[in-house]
Each structure stands twice: as structure tokens, then as C-alpha cells.
Ligand binder design. Structure first.
Ligand SMILES: Nc1ncnc2c1ncn2[C@@H]1O[C@H](COP(=O)(O)OP(=O)(O)O)[C@@H](O)[C@H]1O
Ligand SMILES: [Mg+2]
Length: 250
């Protein structure tokens, strides 16, 4: 029996009087490409941070890679990669320097890190720019470096929080292909958050999150069929009573 990659039961988080996440029940399967779709303020980042042990839950439990996020935080952190909503690279260091620094943080020996970095840079088509400072890169390239760093230690689960926010459509599509290629045959579980319906479309399953609550869950096809609509945009509207875009930007 394979354990779920993520198993949340009644998981919730309050910030003072703000209920960022109410009571989430969610299972993400191993190897799944899972999308968390919702407008700004829906609780997507909060959910990812709870799974990544950056926040302590106010209620409920979650197991990630089989480990309890509260009692076995270190094991969770060793099993996951996390790409934050905003880039966390050092802009003055080169791509290679950023990645080698990350490798040292993970205590990866040089002989392991070096070839791994080469493979990732080739995969992300960044070889020619490897000795350029990150500040000279396009937004799409920076995101690619963020992701390369996120998987350097070969995690079982990768969290991508709004990976394409702020990128133009072309950069978005290219990043998308990279993520797809990365997953192909690797068994990597990917949980991504997004407020773009077109990004949730290729996911194996999608959870629709609205105001801290799970509004719907299923494959994109199931969700559309159950709501009797043709797009995930309409699925969102059918479950929440308001359009995805309207609450955007808040
Ligand atoms: N550290 C915090 N302190 C207070 N409120 C927060 C904090 N983080 C998030 N929130 C609030 O929790 C809600 C969910 O936020 P967030 O998880 O960032 O949503 P999303 O990522 O979907 O945009 C929002 O109302 C947000 O203002
Ligand atoms: Mg967010």
C-alpha cells in the first residue's frame, strides 16, 4: 500500500480573528500533479506553509510524506521542496553560486551536487547563463532557478506557490513545459497553487479553495461534469457564487 503524499484532517489556521484556513480534509496521492485553485486571500499560501512546517496549525493534523507536520517536522522538511511565491534567490550571486550554496545547506557533497546542478541547468536550458548574476535574468529564468534549487536535494514532494505569478504568457507556458518534463517518469508529487484556471487544467486533480474552505475537489473533467459547465472558471462560480477574477488582487 502506498501512503498518501499528503493527508490533511480538519487542518486549520487562524491569524488572530482571521480564519485563513477553516478545516481542510485533503489527500494528495503519491506522484500526483495536484492543483490548489483559488483567488487571492483564499488560503493557498497558508495551506502550503502548514504542509511545509513553516506555520503551526491552529487545529487538525497533517501528514506529509508520511510524517506528522507538528511532531516530525525535520523529516517533513527533508522530504519536500518548496518554491515560495516570491523569489528567494540572492540577486548578486550567479545561478551556479545560488545552487551551490543551496547544496551546502542540504549538506550535499561536492561530487553529488556538481553533476546534479549540471543536469538541472541543462534541463532548464540555463547552462549558458550559469555564471551570470541572478539579477540579469528574466523573470521566467529566475523562476526556473528557484525550481531547480527546490529540487536539488531530490525531494519526494514539491510545493510550488503561484509559480508563474508575474510572468508573461510566453514565460508562463515555457515554465509550464519545464514542470511537466520534470514530473515525467520521476514519481515526484507536485502541489501547485494558482489563481489561473488554465494552470489548474493540466492537473490530475484540483481542489477549489475559497475563503479558507474547500469548495470542490476532483479531476478537472469531473468538476466540470458535476457542475454541468465547460470551464473551471464556471466550476468556481458554481461552487462559490462569485467569479474567480472578481476577488483577485485583494
Ligand atoms: N501572517 C499573517 N497574518 C495575518 N493574516 C494573514 C497572514 N497570512 C495570511 N493572512 C490572511 O489569511 C488569509 C489567507 O491568506 P493566504 O494564505 O496568503 O491566501 P492566498 O495565498 O490564497 O492568497 C488572507 O485573509 C490573509 O490576509
Ligand atoms: Mg498566496
Amino acid at each position: 500500500m502506498t501512503a498518501a503524499a499528503i493527508d490533511a484532517r480538519g487542518l486549520g489556521k487562524d491569524f488572530g480573528a482571521i480564519r485563513a484556513l477553516d478545516q481542510l480534509d485533503l489527500e494528495v496521492r503519491e506522484g500526483e500533479f495536484f492543483g490548489l485553485l483559488g483567488p487571492n486571500g483564499a488560503g493557498k499560501t497558508t495551506t502550503v506553509h502548514l504542509f511545509a512546517t513553516l506555520l503551526a496549525p491552529s487545529r487538525g493534523t497533517a501528514r506529509v510524506a508520511g510524517y506528522d507536520v507538528v511532531r516530525e517536522g525535520l523529516s517533513v522538511r527533508r522530504s519536500i521542496g518548496l518554491v515560495f511565491q516570491d523569489t528567494t534567490l540572492d540577486r548578486d550571486l550567479t545561478i551556479t553560486e545560488n545552487l551551490r550554496f543551496a547544496a551546502r545547506l542540504w549538506s550535499l557533497p561536492e561530487r553529488v551536487a556538481r553533476p546534479r546542478i549540471d543536469v538541472l541547468l541543462r534541463q532548464f536550458e540555463l547552462l549558458e547563463r550559469r555564471d551570470d548574476p541572478v539579477r540579469t535574468l528574466s523573470g521566467g529564468m529566475r523562476r526556473a532557478v528557484d525550481i531547480a534549487r527546490g529540487i536539488l536535494h531530490q525531494p519526494r514532494i514539491l510545493f510550488l506557490d503561484e509559480p508563474t505569478a508575474g510572468l508573461d504568457p510566453r514565460a508562463r507556458r515555457s515554465l509550464w513545459e519545464r514542470i511537466r518534463a520534470l514530473r515525467a517518469g520521476s514519481g515526484l508529487t507536485v502541489l501547485l497553487t494558482t489563481h489561473y484556471v488554465e494552470e489548474a487544467e493540466p492537473c490530475d486533480r484540483v481542489a477549489v479553495l475559497d475563503r479558507g474552505r474547500l469548495a470542490a475537489l476532483g479531476t478537472p473533467a469531473e468538476l466540470k461534469q458535476a457542475a454541468g459547465v465547460r470551464s473551471l472558471e464556471e466550476v468556481f462560480l458554481a461552487h462559490t457564487g462569485h467569479p474567480l477574477a472578481e476577488t483577485d488582487g485583494g
